[in-house]
Ligand binder design. Structure first.
Ligand code: KIV
Ligand code: ZN
Length: 503
């Protein structure tokens, strides 16, 4: 019999435990509390805050999250050891994710124990955790490679001995949706969670299949962080359930993108540009046919409205763009070219693309100014800048610029020389306008330490944004060039007439 989701589906977020096990990721207690608060506000039901036995910092995080009064259960990972359970209870956790290996591979090779010994450890750990007032989620590690009859026995007796919930772990991502459909129903002795890894790219499909087969809770992480290739992504699962299966998950989906960028910033793990839902390109269109289509009716090339996940649609211009998209972008920038001018602007944008260049807003404005013969006088001119940096110096930048004809000298310190340089530029133009740096990215165009570096930035002022670029062998100069190009476009007189040529 096919079960079509046990609703409401619960979300157990393990960003702060499995997600933090992503190589190179380490979060402070304050950062964990920030993420946990965002997760609870979004509507996840359980937050696995960390592993109480791992470190003092972990226990501090668990304590802070448990005491924060969040609308989510605070859980912690424990092994079947009384010491781990004491640390979890003493840190104030509501529940433990009690993990025991269930495949013969893990029992024999990793623990060097027998099935019977593992069961004995599990039974006494359950009993002890219950005596300490904890909710117990009994998890079978490497469950997809276990003898399924043994796994069912562990789960059945575990529930008999007091486990409140169960969890099936596909530890190295070897499950398939077809197997999940058969494997899950015999294990439903208590509410069952599914915990999937994405080693073969099947985590999301396996999680959905297990939920359809009777599991009622999904273990997820923000941005799919986690050991090796990661876990099932919260944002992908929520939107797949909502869009493809019509499930009301109860998650505040508009917060998915803000949460994703929040976690990317704190973990330092950038989002792949083509990542579903949260990647930079997920709601960006360039090709003429697509851009034209979404301008007429967004559903032609978008499976869901970007606003539903807290995002905005972006049309970028390049060699695949058609005149409708270019005209719309120019209109947003305040230009009103006639049809001959528009055709020439489109042709020049395509030529840039054919030469392998990405087209920024500043490039498009420069093309439009030239084609439409609009005089453009940059309001900022760089006179000099100096950077001091090194092992014994706080990175400091000083810059002298002409801003609307007045010579201004500013200085700033930063976390590094690029940060200091950009801050010095922002401070120097502060009297003309407050310019924010929204995005900064850098590409080395050629290999080696003498590589040409291509810096792209997105700047904003009073709700207006502009992208621009600088390319140099010196990363600081490239950054300064990109920021000044963008500032000159943003700070341009708003009242000037860009509707026709200058005569
Ligand atoms: O993937 C896994 O098996 C785990 C367990 C430790 C729960 O993360
Ligand atoms: Zn895991």
């Amino acid at each position: 019999m096919i079960v079509l989701f046990v609703e409401p589906i619960r979300f157990f977020d393990t960003t702060l435990r499995d997600g933090e096990q992503t190589p190179g990721v380490s979060l402070t207690p304050a950062e964990k509390l920030e993420i946990a608060t965002h997760l609870a506000d979004l509507g996840v039901h359980v937050i696995e805050a960390g592993s109480a036995a791992a470190s003092a910092g972990e226990r501090e995080s668990i304590r802070a999250i448990a005491d924060a009064g969040l609308a989510a259960e605070c859980c912690t990972y424990v092994r079947a050891l009384p010491g781990d359970i004491d640390l979890a209870a003493d840190a104030g956790a509501d529940s433990v994710h009690l993990v025991v290996p269930v495949s013969d591979l893990h029992i024999g090779k990793k623990l060097r124990k027998t099935r019977e010994q593992v069961c004995e450890m599990a039974w006494s750990a359950i009993e002890y955790a219950k005596s300490r007032g904890l909710i117990v989620e009994l998890s079978g590690e490497d469950a997809s490679r276990a003898d399924q009859a043994f796994l069912a026995e562990v789960f059945r007796e575990g529930v008999e001995r007091g486990a409140d919930r169960l969890c099936f772990c596909d530890t190295v991502g070897l499950l398939t949706p077809e197997r999940a459909a058969g494997i899950i129903p015999p294990l439903l002795f208590a509410p069952l969670s599914i915990h999937c890894h994405d080693d073969l790219g099947f985590a999301l499909a396996n999680t959905v299949a297990a939920l359809r087969a009777g599991a009622s809770c999904a273990h997820v992480t923000v941005n799919g962080l986690g050991e090796r290739a990661g876990n099932t992504g919260l944002e992908e699962l929520v939107m797949a359930l909502e869009v493809l299966y019509g499930v009301d998950t109860g998650i505040v989906t508009e917060e998915l993108y803000p949460l994703s960028t929040h976690v990317a910033r704190l973990t330092g793990v950038p989002l792949a540009t083509n990542k579903p839902i949260v990647g930079e390109m997920a709601f960006t269109h360039e090709s003429g046919i697509h851009a034209h289509g979404v301008m007429r009716d967004a559903s032609t090339y978008e499976p869901l409205r970007p606003e539903r996940v807290g995002r905005k649609r972006r049309i970028v211009l390049g060699k695949h763009s058609g005149s409708a998209a270019v005209e719309a972008a120019l209109r947003d920038m305040g230009y009103a070219p006639d049809s001959v001018q528009l055709a020439e602007i489109v042709a020049r944008i395509k030529r840039l693309g054919d030469a392998g260049m990405r087209t920024t807003d500043a490039d498009i404005m420069a093309i439009a100014d030239t084609v439409m013969e609009i005089e453009f006088t940059p309001c900022i001119e760089l006179r000099q800048f100096t950077i001091v940096s090194g092992s014994n110096a706080i990175p400091t930048a000083s810059v002298t610029m002409l801003v609307n004809g007045d010579e201004i000298t500013g200085a700033a310190v930063g976390t590094g020389p690029v940060d200091a340089a950009i801050r010095a530029l922002q401070e120097s133009v502060a009297d003309v306008g407050s310019v924010r740096l929204d995005e900064y990215s850098v590409d080395a165009i050629t290999g080696g330490t003498d590589a040409l570096v291509d810096v792209s930035v997105k700047l904003s002022k009073d709700g207006k944004t502009v992208t621009s670029r600088g390319a140099r062998t010196d990363i600081i100069m490239a950054s300064v060039e990109a920021v000044i190009a963008g500032m000159n476009r943003l700070l341009r007189e708003e009242h000037e007439d860009r509707s026709q040529d200058s005569d």
